[in-house]
Design a binder for this molecule. Structure first.
Ligand SMILES: [Mg+2]
Length: 359
């Protein structure tokens, strides 16, 4: 018997345009045409979280060290991060989302997926709904947003970037195959520099290239993400918009006052971070014993700003586990010094009945 035809989903990805900077410009219109950035200080070895378009014209971008940004753009107006304010505005944006759907999955304060498959407003047109949401955000909050509309999550996210800022882009169900064919793999969310370089070495640049390969090749070369890349390349993304996304990990990390290049220095930092991690875990999940955590990882950021993570499953939560991970990951330094050390644990998946109680 044929499978029942599943209705194509309607997913909107909303992404605010340079959110923190936009909020700051709204609060102080005099900043509007000047290059501004929100971020950490040079003294604190901070990085930019967001910058406006005049600042981007100087080559500035988020995650750039503030010191470097000021060299490129000495007249940059650097503003401190006002998280409480951005959170408040984010809640107002979510109130607008809720006029259309309750299936909202936030990715950060300024980005969210919305499932509007069953929304009856705007004659059920996701394109029109996205348009209205952006208009209401503009009218009521004086901020601009970009939107992507697609039947699949990863395509909605790619689409929201397509006509940024203050624009939107729609990929209809019957356009998915064509859109995916020439899509560069590096545009897929989660495919970073390292993975796209690996793919390029395999001769794979677009989703069309991947379509000609066997799934096993990608699995063998790249593991789990290889399977996702293969799926996406075939226009498959079964992930649902998760309105009640559970917190998946708890971590602690520290940007160092001075870079380090010795493993013994890193081990000392680990000793300092470990008790803080323990505190955060117990705060996040007071009822879960530490012995329940079995997957943990260590993260390093190098002086060239490349980030690397090493995770291990079926291990015990104790300082020795992190120490071993740190020793292993340290071989990736390859002459580079380290500017950030982080530790994290994955929260074990909750049992089905516990999840049900959410409803
Ligand atoms: Mg944004």
């Amino acid at each position: 018997m044929p499978m029942p035809q599943t209705k194509a989903r309607k997913i909107i990805h909303i992404d605010m345009d340079c959110f923190y900077a936009a909020v700051e410009m709204r609060e102080n219109p005099q900043l509007k045409d000047k290059p501004i950035a929100v971020g950490g200080s040079v003294e604190g070895r901070g990085v930019l979280t967001t910058c406006n378009y005049p600042a981007r014209a100087f080559g500035l971008r988020s995650a750039m060290p503030t010191a470097q940004a000021l060299k490129l753009c000495p007249q940059l107006i650097l503003l401190p991060v006002r998280m409480a304010l951005y959170k408040q505005v984010s809640q107002q944006i979510h109130q607008i989302f809720h006029r259309y759907t309750d299936i909202i999955e936030p990715l950060s304060l300024d980005e969210a997926y919305l499932d509007v498959t069953d929304c009856e407003q705007c004659s059920g047109s996701a394109t029109w709904i996205a348009q209205q949401i952006r208009q209401q955000i503009f009218d009521e909050l004086h901020l601009t947003a970009s939107a992507g509309v697609a039947p699949l999550k990863f395509l909605a996210k790619i689409a929201s970037d397509q006509n940024k800022p203050n624009g939107q882009f729609v990929i209809k169900p019957d356009e998915v195959a064509d859109f995916v064919l020439n899509l560069p793999l590096k545009k897929i969310p989660g495919v970073g520099k390292v993975t796209s370089e690996k793919l390029a070495k395999m001769g794979l640049l677009t989703c069309g290239d991947v379509q000609k390969q066997d799934v096993r090749l990608l699995l063998n070369q790249l593991g789990k993400i290889g399977k996702s890349i293969w799926d996406f390349s075939h226009g498959i993304d079964e992930r649902e918009v998760q309105a009640h996304r559970l917190r998946k990990s708890v971590g602690v990390e520290r940007t160092l006052r001075q870079n380090i290049d010795q493993l013994t220095q890193a081990q000392e930092i680990l000793t300092e971070l470990y008790p803080e991690l323990e505190r955060r875990i117990l705060r996040a999940k007071p009822d879960l014993p530490l012995s329940a955590y079995q997957k943990m990882g260590v993260k390093l950021k190098f002086d060239d700003f490349q980030t690397t993570t090493l995770e291990k499953s079926a291990v015990q939560f104790c300082p020795e586990t992190f120490s071993q991970l740190l020793t292993q990951i340290w071989t990736r330094c390859q002459g580079r010094s380290v500017r950030l050390v982080g530790l994290h644990v994955q929260i074990p998946e909750q049992k089905q009945n516990e999840q049900m109680s959410l409803w």
